[in-house]
Ligand binder design. Sequence first.
Ligand code: CTP
Length: 404
Amino acid sequence: MNDLAGKHIVLGLTGGIACYKSAELCRAFVKEGATVQVVMTEAAEQFITPVTMQALSGRPVHTSQWDPREANNMPHINLSRQADAIVIAPCSADFMARLVHGRADELLSLMCLARPIATVPLLIAPAMNREMWAHPATQRNLVQLAADGATILGVGTGFQACGETGDGRMLEPQELLEDIVAFFQPKLLAGRKVVITAGPTFEALDPIRGITNHSSGKMGFAIARAAREAGAEVALVAGPVGVPTPRGVRRIDVKSARDMLAATEAETPRADIFIAAAAVADWRPVSEADHKIKKDGSGSAPTVAFTENPDILATVAKGARAKSGALFCVGFAAESHDLVKHAKAKRERKGIPLLVGNIGPLTFGQDDNQMLLVDDQGVTELPRASKIECARRLVAEIARRLTA
Ligand code: CTP
C-alpha cells in the first residue's frame, strides 16, 4: 500500500518530548510513499536532532528563516508552496498560541502564516501536559485555530512523561498516519450514516463451546475505515474478531446472530447505508446448555439439534422497504463455486440493490480480495487489490449510486 504516493508533506516539529514519536511518524510517511520535508523550531532541537530527521526523511532539515541554502533566501515561501499539507507534530501549547496570533519570528510559524491558506492545509497534533491541555487559554486557542481553518488531529490519553496521567499526549504515529491518510480521501459520504456488520458470529453450545466460522472481519473493518475516511459516521457491529477498530469508528461488539440483529436494528433507523459484510452463522443450537456438556462414558456423542438464525440483511432490507425508508442495503456473497449465478440469485432473494460477490476460500483471512459487483445493470468485475483499496472502491461505487 502506498496511501501517500505523490504527496509532499512538510513535517513541523516544535518543542516537546513527543518529538521522539516524530521520527517514527516521518518514517511512516516515507513508507507510504510521501516525500517529507522536516522543519524544526529551536525548541524541537532540544529534544531530537536534525541529523536524525534528515536521515529518516532523506532531506536536509530546515531550522532557520535565515538559511543561505535557499537561493532567494525565502525558505518560508519555497517550502510552503511545494506542500500538499503542513503537519505540525508535536504542536506545543506555545506554538498553538503563536499560530493563533499570526506570529512570524521563526521559520515554522512564519511558514504557516505564509502558506497559501486555500490550497495548503495545516494539520496539528498537539502534545503537552494535561494541565496545559485543559487550560482555558489552550482550549480557546484550539477553537480559534479550527476557526482559522486548521485541522486539529486530537490528543491521546494516558501516562505522560511528566509522571501525570490524563489528556494531552500526542497521538501515536500509526494513529496520526491513519488520520492523515483519511484527510486526503475524497469526502464522498460526508453527512451520511453507515452501519456495517463484520466478522463471524459465535453460536454457543454450552459455556465453553460453540460454532463459528473462519471470517477474520478484515473486509468489514476495511469498509468501516473507508466509509469513515469518506466522511461518514460509522457504526460497526462486530462479531468476535481481534482486528483493531479503525479510527473514528464506533464499534459494537456482539457474539451471536441474534445479538447482531438486535444491535443492527438499533442502528439502522437513522442510517443511510447498511453494509452486511458479516459471515453470519446460518444455524444455532436449539438450546445452550447451562453447564459444560460432559462425556457420559458411554462412548456415544451428544446429538445437537439446530435451528435457523434470522437473516439480518434480509430482515433489515425488508423493514426499510416497509417503511419506504431510503436505506441503501449492500450484501456480500461468499461462494465456493458458480459465483455469478449465486450472487445474482442472492441479490434477488435478499431484495437489495447491490451485492458484492467473492470466492470465500480465496478471501477469508487474506489481506487482499477480488470483488464482483452485481446490481440491476449487471455484473462488474473489479481488479484484485488490498482489502482497503477494495473497500474504498466499494464506498465510491455506493456513493455514486446514492447520488445518481
Ligand atoms: N447474512 C445475514 N444474516 C444471515 C445470513 C447472511 O445478514 N443470517 C448476510 C451476509 O452478511 C451477507 C449476505 O447475507 O451479506 C449473504 O450471506 P451468505 O452467507 O453468503 O448467504 P446466505 O444467505 O447464508 O446463503 P447461503 O448460505 O445459501 O449461500
